[in-house]
Ligand binder design. Structure first.
Ligand SMILES: Cc1ncc(COP(=O)(O)O)c(C=O)c1O
Length: 327
């Protein structure tokens, strides 16, 4: 037996060590609401939840993320719709009600003082046991985090993104359409791609149809100038994709695309595309210029990706899907 002593900690020790942990690993978290604490904290050391919450040890929780742009939340209602759908599919008790959730999200954002970043929120099954089913009398947890948002290298925009087909199986549809805190396949896919020198991975389903990337959707511009997006029955319905599919109709008059289709697309058809797009709340729109060992189109970021990014940026700044944060 080793002679190293392990301290038995007081509550004061724990607070001090949580602060030390954050000083070793500084994070960009600006405000956190916890229904379990019944309030908001702004010190990242205090952004904690009980270990026996089933979201931690069984992955019985869901989440969603909305963008904060220039003091306004973008497309929050679409993200809340998906959040509540995920809750239903995960048999999680929705508490508090939607209107209160929206209010808490806005007030937590206001407490952060931030005008740009991301807001992520979770619903958990709650603490009370180490079993699988929720503990008797477990109170669901609702948490909101205001943070800097995910960052991607500038070259993703200037030079484009390289993706690889992952060897990890795509999630079964019922799990893929639910935004639960079970991202193991997505994590492994991204790690595998990075280890192989790519930026990210792509799931292909058992029928050979294109799925999605780790935390983003993919779409294609075919040789016939059709914008094709995979169906949403086996992948997450990205709020960004859904919005872009609407906005893309505005590109028809410019001649950049002729039509927009949501349908199955095989990897073989997809590889012959003129453009391949990566779309999501964090990345917005980026061009994929290489897929496995082959270039997409001419191997350079394409015009449809650029035009869609401009439309999305406009929508995020001046569109009708913005909610003012009550600072
Ligand atoms: C697996 C997966 N697919 C797609 C997306 C894109 O969704 P959104 O556009 O709502 O960010 C996300 C991100 O939420 C995701 O996690």
């Amino acid at each position: 037996m080793s002679h190293t002593t392990i301290d038995v900690l007081t509550a004061g020790d724990v607070l001090a060590r949580l602060a030390q942990l954050r000083s070793r690993q500084p994070v960009n978290y600006y405000a956190f609401y916890s229904s379990q604490l019944g309030g908001i904290v702004t010190d990242p050391a205090l952004m904690v939840l009980p270990f026996d919450d089933h979201m931690v040890h069984r992955g019985h929780g869901i989440f969603d993320t909305a963008g904060l742009i220039d003091g306004k939340l973008y497309d929050l209602e679409a993200h809340l719709d998906r959040f509540l759908l995920s809750a239903e599919r995960s048999k999680l008790t929705v508490s508090p009600p939607r209107a209160e959730m929206r209010d808490i999200i806005l007030k937590t954002t206001a407490a952060s003082g931030r005008r740009d970043g991301s807001i992520r929120y979770w619903l958990s099954s709650g603490p009370g046991s180490l079993e699988l089913s929720p503990a008797a009398g477990a109170e669901p947890g609702f948490f909101v985090m205001v943070f800097a948002g995910l960052a991607y290298p500038e070259r993703w925009l200037t030079q484009g993104v390289k993706v690889m087909t992952t060897t990890y199986p795509i999630k079964a549809p019922i799990y893929a359409i639910t935004k639960a805190t079970n991202y193991l396949p997505n994590v492994l896919m991204q790690m595998q791609a990075k280890e192989a020198g790519f930026d990210n991975g792509v799931f292909i389903d058992e029928d050979g149809n294109v799925g999605e990337s780790s935390n983003m959707n993919v779409a294609f511009v075919t040789k016939h100038d059709t914008l094709v997006h995979p169906k949403f029955d086996h992948i997450l319905a990205g709020c960004t994709s859904l919005r872009l599919l609407e906005l893309a109709k505005g590109l028809k008059s410019s001649g950049l695309i002729k039509s927009v289709e949501v349908r199955d697309i095989t990897a073989a058809e997809a590889r012959a595309s003129r453009e391949m797009l990566l779309m999501g709340s964090s990345v917005k729109v980026a061009s994929i210029v290489q897929w496995d060992d082959r270039a997409i189109g001419d191997g350079k970021p394409g015009p449809v990706a650029k035009a869609l990014l401009t439309l999305l940026d406009e929508d995020m700044r001046t569109g009708d899907r913005l909610i003012d944060v009550p600072y």
